[in-house]
Every structure is written in C-alpha cells, then in structure tokens.
Design a protein around this ligand. Structure first.
Ligand code: BG6
Length: 534
C-alpha cells in the first residue's frame, strides 16, 4: 500500500494501524494449568432438593453448590427449591443455609456471594406422602421457569431418608415432573446412597424408579467416584502406556484396598445401627474402587462404555458360599480406646446405639475375580471406623522378580509396590529397589512419590462439586447404573445373610485407634501376606 492509495475508510485505517502496532506482549502461560480441563457451564435449570433440612444437604450438597456458584460454574439462570417437612419461611431457611455454608464450606465464605446464592433458594414445605404438596411443587416450578428463565430443566436431588426414595419418585411421576418435553427441558434425578438394603430391595427400588424415569435420567451417587484420585485412577491406567501391560495376574501378586476413618459414627448412630460397614462401605465405595482397578480398558471414555466394563468385573466375582464367607470375610466393632490422643467411647456407648448392638463398624474381605486378567489374584478390601487415622489407598503389590539375584544381600529387595493414595495427601507412590551407595551391594527400597499438592497449584474439588456439576451437564460416567448396583448387592447380600445365621462375634473386637480386629490380620496371614502399614 502506497501513501497515495492509503487507507480511506476508518476500518482500513484501523486494520493498517493494527498491522503496524507492536504485538501485545503475550502473558506467560501458567505451566501448572496446562492440560487442565476448561469446565463447561450447565444449562439454565432449577434444582429441587428433597431432604433440604437434613445433614447431607447442609454438609455436602449446599456447600458444593455454593462453591460451583462461587467459581461461576452454575448457570446464571439458576434456582433451588428446597423441599422439607418442617415449616420455614424463605428468610429463616436462607439464614440457616448461610450459617451452614460458613461452617462447612471448604473455602472461607464470601458474604456477598453467599447472599447472592441464598437469594436463589426458595423453601417448599411438604410431606412426601402429601399429593397436594407435589401438585403445588409442579405449579411452582412452572412459575420459576417463567420468572427466572430456568427453561424447564430440572434436577431432582434425593438427599432425603432412603426409605422415602421410592415415594418421592412416585410422586414426581404422578405429577408428570419426569416428562422431558421435546426441545423444552431435561429432567434428571440424583439418588443418594444407600441404594437399597440388599439385592431384593435394590431391585425393587430400581423397578420403582424405572416406572417413572428412563435409566439415562437417573444418577445414582457414590461420592467416592467423584474423588479426584479415584478419577485419576482411570487416567493413570488408560492414559499411560507403561502400567497397563503389568496390570494382570502375571505381574500382580495381590491388591489391597483400604478405606480407613478415624471418626466414629458421630451423630449418625440411628442410621448406622440400620446400616453397618458392609452396607455403608463395602457394597458401594469398596466395590466401586475394586471395579475401577480391575476393569478392562473401555472402548470410549463415556458413561455406558465405562459402566459396561465395571459391571463385567462385578459379574466375575462369584458370590461366596457360607463357608467362604466364614473364612474370607471379617467383621468388627470398635470398643473404647484412644484416637489422636483423645479417649473415645466404644460403638455401643455412642448416642442412639443399642448397648448390645451387633452392628459391624469394620469389614474386611478377600475377593477373587474369575476372569482371564485376574484369575488367582486376591483382592483384599477393608474399611472401618475409629481406625488410627483417616487414610484411603489402593495398593498394587507386584510379584517378586522371577530370579532373586540379590537374595543374599543385606536387605533383599521387596517386590515393587504401587500405592494410590485417595486421601489425604492425594498422590501415587511407586516403590522400587535401589543400590545403597558404597562399595558393597546393599539393596534398599526407595519411593518415587507424586503428590497432587505439589504437582499442580490448584485445589482439588470436593467429590460433590464434581458430581453435581456432571449431573447438571448430563454426564453419567461417575454415577452407578441400575445393573451395577444390583451386581454389587449380589456380592454383598450373601454376606449379610450368612452373618444373620452365624453366631455373632464377640463384639467389641477391636479397640478404637487400632487397625481393626485380629481376625483381619489372620485373613492375610493365612495367605502369607499382611496389610500394608499406611
Ligand atoms: C459415606 C458414609 O458414604 O462416606 C459415611 O456413609 C462416611 O459413613 C463417609 O463417613 C466418608 O466419606 P469421605 O469422603 O469423608 O471419605
């Protein structure tokens, strides 16, 4: 371009200037954010929270929603209808929520955001058996769509008593709140755990839910699946080339899955008396972890493919016979003891617990998976309350090297171990042997340790944040499917049934602050193994 035929219009002038302008100095990219997912924001929607006055809603669900709001991951057009039996006006309920957020939020709350968040909550009083309350709910949701632009998209969140799940779902069906209107709004239902008490009740509940919602509208929560390290397990296994070839009976000696809690049953004595560790942890959290460790690589990283593979693993675990249960499953109940330098009561002295309770607060089991990959490799799982610390991990114990060249050295190397820490200090540890510096050949085990905290400068989200966001986005990958829940129950139900017929163990059989009953150690010792010290 010459001066003569220079820019004539304003646009030409701007383009010409832009061409001459020094490019803006690029902001250096934050290397720690590389590869992080850019989150999507869900569609405008209303969440209807059943059991909104309960513990779970206050401790987990509402703080997670607040956090999503704070980080702009909730749509701008968002409303929450809190359903509960008690009478509240909106302001009183909002004040309670604000107080709970201050108590349970994982980050210090910002008052302006709290006010803005609670302003989107309305309280709806009603008994789950009350038809009129559901008729009103339906009308109210239509009005909310008009007033707040939530476009008919609705997420029904069942955080109520599990015994009320079927009734609430039935009511939603009765008033037609399950209907997805073509081009006019999705309807989804999130169902908390425990999903049933045994195979029969879970199958019945699935049937009731299935009468109202199609399976793709149903999101059954197991919050362990939303934990960062658990999600990373899939990336670790299927995003790396070097581990998968070793992930089988040829190289793996056994697998240990531990979910230890230092807390007791706290204020949940009444719930726990009805539940126990097998229903509270084994059927869901432990079985899910086991399935994720053992499953075959799915063809795609999407809900159906993932869940198909998990179901196959659960199916490959044959339900145990009563004799196998007596031999391979251990239950325990804590007595008084010391945890973190505090003297704590035994389970039978906890509030709302019977002084003769036979409910187990600890369970350990040995499973085998009868498939090509895992035949003969035991999977040991354990979980309990009032153990010495809160620590969950999955440990893959590899076999000894085939030819033990260093067996005569000062310390013969132990076989390799890969430990995935789920919480706390989320990370992955690989143990291998190294030569001790010096003139001789001394061999020691050393650890290569990856921790999330130091590798990424971002906080891990709470499991509930991940899962609620996924449900709002319509991604069911981290939720359990009907057949999956039933498969897990078909493994655990024979255990519960056998326990009814077996003489109760001499409870309490472990001291609070210990690693569980002696029988659990014997379970391992019988196989020439021991639990990993965590
Ligand atoms: C719940 C159990 O599913 O998980 C509780 O019902 C348990 O008994 C809780 O305390 C533990 O969750 P987290 O995320 O603290 O390991």
């Amino acid at each position: 371009m010459t001066a003569k035929d220079g820019p004539r219009t304003f646009r030409e002038l701007r383009l010409a200037l832009d061409g001459r302008r020094k490019p803006k100095e690029a902001k250096p990219a934050n290397p720690l954010r590389q590869g992080l997912r850019l989150e999507r924001v869900p569609d405008p929607c209303a969440i209807v929270l059943f059991g909104a006055t309960g513990d779970l809603a206050h401790r987990k669900v509402l703080p997670a929603l607040y956090q999503l709001r704070r980080t702009n991951l909730l749509p701008h057009e968002f409303m929450l209808v809190a359903v509960g039996r008690r009478a509240y006006d909106d302001d009183a309920f909002r004040a309670e929520i604000s107080a709970s957020l201050a108590k349970y939020s994982r980050v210090p709350v910002e008052p302006a955001i709290v006010d803005e968040f609670v302003a989107r909550i309305v309280y709806h009083q009603g008994d789950f058996g009350d038809n009129e309350a559901f008729d009103r709910l339906s009308t109210r949701l239509d009005a909310i769509d008009l007033e707040h632009g939530t476009r008919g998209n609705r997420l029904f969140y069942l955080a109520a008593q599990p015994s009320a799940f079927a009734e609430v779902v039935g009511q939603l069906g009765r008033v037609g709140l399950d209907h997805e209107v073509h081009g006019g709004g999705w309807r989804r239902v999130v169902i908390e755990k425990p999903f049933g008490r045994d195979l029969d009740s879970a199958t019945r509940l699935n049937r009731e839910v299935g009468k109202v919602f199609r399976e793709k509208q149903v999101y059954r929560i197991d919050h362990y699946l939303g934990k960062e390290t658990v999600r990373n397990l899939m990336v670790f296994r299927f995003g790396n080339g070097i581990f998968e070839p070793l992930w089988n009976r040829r190289y793996v000696d056994h697998v240990q899955i531990t979910v230890a809690e230092s807390i007791g049953v706290e204020s949940r004595g009444a719930f726990y008396e009805e539940t126990g560790a097998a229903r509270d942890f084994l059927q869901n959290h432990l079985m899910q972890l086991l399935a994720l460790v053992a499953m075959e690589p799915p063809a795609a990283f999407e809900a159906e493919a993932l869940r198909d593979e998990k179901v196959k693993v659960l199916r490959a675990i044959s339900p145990m016979t009563p004799d196998e249960i007596r031999r391979d499953v251990v239950r325990g109940q804590y007595g008084p003891g010391w945890v973190a330098a505090a003297n704590v009561a035994g389970y039978r002295s906890e509030p709302h617990v019977s002084p003769e309770s036979e409910t187990e607060t600890y369970v350990a089991a040995r499973f085998t998976i009868d498939d090509w990959r895992w035949a003969g490799v035991p999977f040991y799982v354990r979980s309990g309350k009032r153990l010495p610390k809160r620590a969950s991990e999955i440990a893959i114990q590899f076999k000894h090297v085939p030819h033990r060249l260093f067996r005569d050295t000062a310390a013969e190397p132990e076989p390799n171990l890969l430990a995935m820490r789920i919480q706390p200090d989320e990370g992955i540890l690989l143990r291998f042997s190294a030569k001790v510096p010096g003139l001789g050949i001394d061999v020691r085990n050393v650890n290569m340790d990856f921790t999330y905290g130091s590798a990424f400068s971002v906080d891990s989200p709470e499991a509930y944040e991940t899962l609620i966001l996924d449900a709002l986005l319509g991604d069911a990958s981290l939720f359990t499917r009907a057949d999956e829940v039933e498969e897990a129950w078909s493994i655990v139900t024979p255990i519960l049934e056998t326990w009814i017929d077996m003489p109760a163990p001499a409870f309490p059989n472990y001291e609070a602050g210990s690693w569980g009953p002696d029988d659990a150690d014997e379970l391992m010792a019988r196989d020439g193994r021991r639990w990993r010290r965590i």
